[in-house]
Design a protein around this ligand. Structure first.
Ligand SMILES: *Cc1c(COP(=O)(O)O)cnc(C)c1O
Length: 385
């Protein structure tokens, strides 16, 4: 593939970030890296291989198919499935040793019945019990945890290998939200104790994602689940500056650079309009660089007006509407700094030459870095560097 619109994955930055995360964990605390959604657009197999090399022994996925792809790629780490598998997928999670989240008597019985058909006597299969402590998504209520763990343990093949919950507002510094996180944590601890009260080992318990990894070190439990910080972005209000202000300096680097090239330079007289809707009219004679990247690549339409891209160390505005496969940039008349075929950085780490990161685009598009990263589509080739 020779297409110039591509995503460069800075492998060293990924390794750097994982090492930074490992540094803030107490000895014995396990790290689970979220590689769901193709590692937030960064290539799940590559990320998983690097994580394994660094001794990470849990990877989190969102679909059974994501897990199968990793197993076929040779990944041996524990795979934790964060969304629910449907009954049609049960045989696949057994075959590929994907650890599902389970909760609810009926669901646990369904998976147990399927396991009875699939496994031979004495074979076991790990599941984790999901507890809903305030996210309002999947999981049993904390007070049901003991009873549900008992159903798991009394089944012929299922083994409780851990318990999980997920925080709803741990990325916010608002006092009420911080209190809510504390309440969720307490509820989770209670749930774990209800399981222990039944004489059952709760296994590896986790509740902290990126925000709580950085801001709530007292909530790390036996394992943390790291997503966005692995890829070099801070979760919402838990910014680098905030962490510095509370003396918990934490440095990470963006991993992905989104780049393209100038494929044409057009000369326009004052008054000509650019792109669909004719929203941009040249205020004076100018030159327009055409880029072969558009919203079908993940360059969201709502980024313009406002988006600037970097060419040879300087930012230039995208002008007019972003099209499906192309967009235009006003580079000014007779600009000696921009030539045909020059590389253009849309966002990326500093060393890529980009002046923007995905966080800057997120602010422009009224979203979060997570969405900017996962919006990059399949036709944007991921190139490892
Ligand atoms: C995606 C996800 C994570 C990782 O979240 P980040 O904020 O990216 O660190 C952790 N746990 C669960 C259940 C998730 O869905």
């Amino acid at each position: 593939m020779n297409r110039c619109t591509k995503a460069i994955i800075y492998k060293d930055n990924l390794e750097y970030n994982i090492k930074q995360i490992l540094k803030v964990l107490a000895p014995g605390t396990k790290l689970c890296i979220a590689v769901k959604a193709d590692s937030y657009g960064h290539n799940a197999l590559l990320t998983s291989q690097i994580a394994e090399k660094l001794g990470v022994d849990y990877l989190a996925i969102a679909t059974v198919d994501e897990g199968i792809e990793l197993r076929k790629g040779g990944i041996k780490a524990n795979l934790l499935l964060l969304s629910l598998a449907i009954p049609q997928e049960f045989n696949e999670i057994f075959e590929y040793e994907i650890t599902p989240l389970v909760f609810g008597k009926e669901y646990i019985n369904l998976i147990s019945d399927a396991a009875n058909k699939y496994f031979k006597k004495d074979e076991t299969f790990n599941v984790q019990l999901a507890v809903d402590t305030g996210m309002g998504r999947i999981g049993c209520y904390p007070e049901e945890a003991g009873e549900e763990a008992l159903i798991i343990e009394q089944s012929d093949h299922l083994v409780l290998s851990g318990m999980c919950t997920h925080f709803a507002v741990s990325d916010s510094l608002n006092k009420k939200n911080q209190e809510f996180t504390q309440e969720q944590y307490t509820a989770f601890r209670n749930a774990v104790n209800f399981v222990k009260d039944k004489g059952i080992d709760p296994g590896i318990c986790s509740c902290a994602a990126s925000a709580a990894i950085l801001n709530n070190p007292d909530m790390h439990f036996n394992m943390v689940r790291s997503g966005i910080i692995t890829y070099g972005y801070y979760p919402d209000e838990i910014t680098k500056d905030y962490l510095k202000s509370i003396k918990k300096d934490f440095d990470i680097k963006p991993v992905l650079a989104f780049e393209t090239q100038v494929v044409a330079i057009r000369h326009f007289p004052k008054g000509k309009s650019i792109s669909y809707g004719r929203t941009y009219v040249c205020k004076e004679d100018t030159d327009i660089a055409v880029l072969p990247v558009g919203y079908a690549d993940g360059l969201l339409r709502r980024f313009s007006p406002g988006l600037e891209v970097t060419i040879n160390g300087k930012n230039y505005p995208v002008c007019g509407r972003i099209c499906m496969d192309q967009c235009m940039v006003d580079i000014g008349k007779n600009n000696p700094d921009v030539k045909l075929w020059d590389k253009v950085l849309i966002f990326g780490p500093k060393e890529s030459g980009a002046l923007n990161d995905a966080e800057a685009l997120a602010k422009l598009g009224n979203t979060i870095s997570y969405e900017v990263l996962t919006s990059l589509t399949k036709r944007v080739e991921r190139v490892i560097q």
